[in-house]
Design a protein around this ligand. Structure first.
Ligand SMILES: NC(=O)c1ccc[n+]([C@@H]2O[C@H](COP(=O)([O-])OP(=O)(O)OC[C@H]3O[C@@H](n4cnc5c(N)ncnc54)[C@H](OP(=O)(O)O)[C@@H]3O)[C@@H](O)[C@H]2O)c1
Length: 335
């Protein structure tokens, strides 16, 4: 059996190891990974804070690479193509929510933090020509999640006031870039002043540091409230974000990094006809739509830092310590 290098998570270790190289069969493609990108999901799994963890695991939902082999002769046209991978497996038939059988690439199936990955051919998308392999790897999970939250749930339109909370996050930066591209009046929050300044230079109308008392409240007051708030933190900051909405505004959340709020102001929610909308990644159709949108608007991801493969664990530590602004990448080719 041929061997490849992969970052392997075990109960007692997280390190680069030599493992069997996967072999494609049937509808599968064998992709040589160029770059992988991290999502908070990977760090949750590393920390044991994720449902149904199966170890050992090769994590990584995002990747760009080149197709080297396919299982079926009928798919040979993919060979040699530069691709990105839709990490969403078995979304199911209902566009609105994932099926019970849905999975995400990178646990339980082996993910992109390896020299090679085997995925079904229907997960492949040609890399948008305007993006480098490095940039392209940043898109799949975060871009899809941001697209679903902003367009399908938030129903964003040009001229709306949209607040992206925790914009330093990998998904949030896409929500910011997409909202801006669609012509929304885009506002941001972050714990990092330099991130707020960076976004203002990119076209954010204004920003607030969510660690400062009343900063979000004051921002909302100064702009007359928000039509949409996009968040993934929840926790006690949720009430402040909900209070920042205009009547009939939408609070869209795709994560709950800070857990449950200790209380929710129900009266404020019903009295102002507010909507609380949960969201996850998105369907296969959404993935196509997200890529079309990015191609049309030439969206370039904000990349925090690119780590060599040998330093992949340090890349995870950067995410664990919330030091990043944008996507953290791993150069798998550097192995
Ligand atoms: N359901 C799904 O399908 C799905 C998909 C993707 C992500 N998620 C979830 O969404 C969350 C974010 O994922 P990610 O990959 O974007 O993570 P990430 O890159 O690690 O970003 C996390 C960001 O959260 C922000 N944050 C932390 N505490 C906050 C608070 N109290 N208020 C506002 N923002 C806060 C920080 O922003 P600043 O640095 O700007 O302070 C941080 O950069 C995770 O919980 C993840 O599991 C769910």
């Amino acid at each position: 059996m041929k061997k490849m290098k992969a970052l392997v998570l075990r109960g007692d270790a997280f390190q680069i190891e030599e493992v069997d190289t996967p072999v494609p069969s049937g509808q599968q493609a064998f992709v040589k990974i160029s770059y992988a990108a991290l999502n908070h999901r990977d760090q949750w799994i590393r920390d044991g804070q994720y449902a149904k963890i199966q170890l050992p695991a090769i994590l990584g939902s995002d990747g760009s690479g080149v197709v080297e082999k396919v299982g079926n002769d009928g798919d040979k046209s993919w060979i040699g193509k530069e691709v990105i991978i839709n990490p969403n497996i078995n979304w199911g038939n209902d566009e609105r929510f994932q099926s019970k059988d849905s999975q995400i690439l990178g646990m339980p199936s082996h993910g992109t933090l390896a020299e090679y990955v085997v995925v079904n051919v229907d997960r492949l998308h040609q890399k948008p020509a305007y993006l480098s392999m490095e940039q392209a790897a940043a898109f799949p999970l975060g871009g899809l999640t941001a697209y679903n939250a902003l367009f399908n749930k938030g129903k964003v339109q040009s001229g709306m006031n949209v607040l992206i909370s925790g914009v330093g996050g990998g998904v949030a930066q896409f929500a910011f870039l997409f909202a801006k591209a669609v012509g929304a009046n885009t506002y941001v929050t972050s714990s990092k002043e330099k991130v707020i300044e960076f976004c203002k230079n990119l076209g954010a109308k204004d920003g607030a540091n969510y660690t400062e008392k009343d900063a979000v409240k004051n921002l909302a007051k100064s702009v007359g409230g928000f039509d949409i708030v996009i968040d993934s933190a929840c926790g006690d900051g949720m009430n402040e974000l909900i209070a920042a909405l205009k009547p009939a505004g939408k609070f869209v959340f795709y994560g709950a990094t800070k857990g449950l709020p200790s209380g929710l102001n129900m009266r404020q929610i019903f009295w102002n006809h507010l909507q609380l909308l949960g969201s996850t990644m998105g369907s296969d159709k959404d993935f196509f739509k997200m890529l079309d949108f990015c191609n049309e608007h030439k969206i370039e991801p904000i990349i925090d830092k690119v780590f060599d493969f040998k330093d992949a664990v340090a890349a995870f530590d950067r995410m664990k310590n919330s030091e990043q602004f944008g996507k953290i990448l791993v150069n798998i080719k550097s192995v």
